[in-house]
Design a protein around this ligand. Structure first.
Ligand code: PHE
Length: 345
């Protein structure tokens, strides 16, 4: 009996000393496993009387239970400490700076499209979509430019087959819209990419973009066209902008005009932006040619209309003082980030 108590005391002292989970497990193995110090005492039972066996057995069992519960308490405590330590080590420091993400910016080209759309939507226009690949029929024929017309030379482009090509101007959308409107009034703009064999200098590119405008109704006249474009120029460039019409030629408009806007930089005095003329050319326009109306099912004696084609890059270059058209397509983030300011009046 004394031996049992001695062993129990020793085991409790060792348990007290154990400072890690593995130390505690070692104590457990040493005393409680099958060949552990307490278990082997059972072998001594053989030498005892039945009476003695009872008390001896109970004594060993009690000792085992005591040790086991103390071991479990200690394991519990050590496990909690371990968890706490892990939690402390894993704490996230929310004051540390995060990994910054590089955000992009809208290309000035698209900013200008947004602004142009906003201006015309404000005047009651809807925005149409056109196709960059189109048929000769829509790009030329229905716009009064038959196969042998010299105006085609200025708009040479890439052909997919004899009848299918990359559109050389957004005017191609005119005939599509008229076809769809089926004789009803029209008031649309259509921004989009266009293609031409045209890359002679820094203001020209084989790919560029235009905004087409088309209005068809009864009693539409040149005064409406001028008022519309003047309002556009004043919203886009400066509230003091003036526009002027110079007579020109397009096969699908009659009369046709080139439209200049007074230089927003020098207000007409002459500077390097306007090449000292005081005026900057921004678009072509005119009254829809009677042949075009007729071909698309409108009676030119009842209906009239105007159309215009604005060069988007040209407007963006003027607005932002950009000197090379290719910069719009190079996607250099340093360049793109530069253009958030409006030219002040
Ligand atoms: N499509 C013409 C061009 O690309 C511009 C234009 C559009 C002229 C509409 C008149 C009317 O040069």
């Amino acid at each position: 009996m004394e031996e049992i108590q001695k062993i129990l005391e020793n085991s409790l002292i060792e348990l007290e000393k154990a400072s890690s989970i593995s130390d505690v497990v070692a104590v457990k193995n040493l005393y409680l496993s099958k060949k552990g110090k307490l278990s082997v005492l059972m072998n001594k039972m053989r030498d005892l009387s039945i009476e003695e066996r009872k008390t001896f057995g109970k004594e060993i069992n009690d000792a085992k239970i005591t040790l086991e519960s103390r071991i479990n308490e200690k394991l519990d405590k050590l496990n909690k400490e371990k968890l706490l330590e892990e939690l402390n080590n894993e704490t996230i420091d929310i004051t540390l700076p995060g990994n910054s993400l590089n955000s992009g910016e809208k290309n000035p080209f698209y900013k200008i499209i947004d602004e142009i759309e906003e201006i015309f939507i404000g005047m009651g226009y809807t925005v149409e979509k056109g196709s960059e690949v189109d048929k000769d029929h829509y790009v030329f024929e229905l716009l009064n430019i038959p196969k042998d017309h010299p105006a085609r030379d200025m708009q040479d482009t890439l052909y997919i087959d004899n009848e299918t090509l990359l559109r050389s101007h957004t005017s191609a959308v005119q005939a599509h819209v008229m076809e769809k409107a089926n004789g009803k009034p029209i008031k649309i703009i259509c921004p989009g990419k266009t293609y031409r064999r045209d890359d002679d200098d820094m203001t020209h590119s084989h790919q560029f973009a235009q905004v087409e405008g088309l209005v068809i109704d009864k009693n539409i006249n040149m005064g409406n066209l001028k008022a519309t474009l003047e309002l556009f120029a004043r919203k886009m460039f400066s509230k003091n902008s003036e526009i002027r019409f110079r007579s020109s030629y397009f096969p699908f408009t009659e009369p046709s005009v080139e439209v200049d806007v007074s230089c927003f930089n020098c207000h007409g005095k002459g500077c390097n932006v306007c090449k000292n003329s005081g005026w900057i050319e921004i678009l072509g326009a005119g009254m829809v040619h009677p042949n075009v109306l007729k071909m698309s099912g409108y009676n030119p004696d009842i209906y009239s209309g105007f159309a215009f084609g604005i060069g988007i890059e040209r407007v963006a270059m003027l607005r932002y003082g950009i000197d090379d058209i290719r910069r719009f397509y190079q996607n250099d983030i340093r360049f793109i980030k530069e253009f958030n300011k409006k030219v002040e009046d």
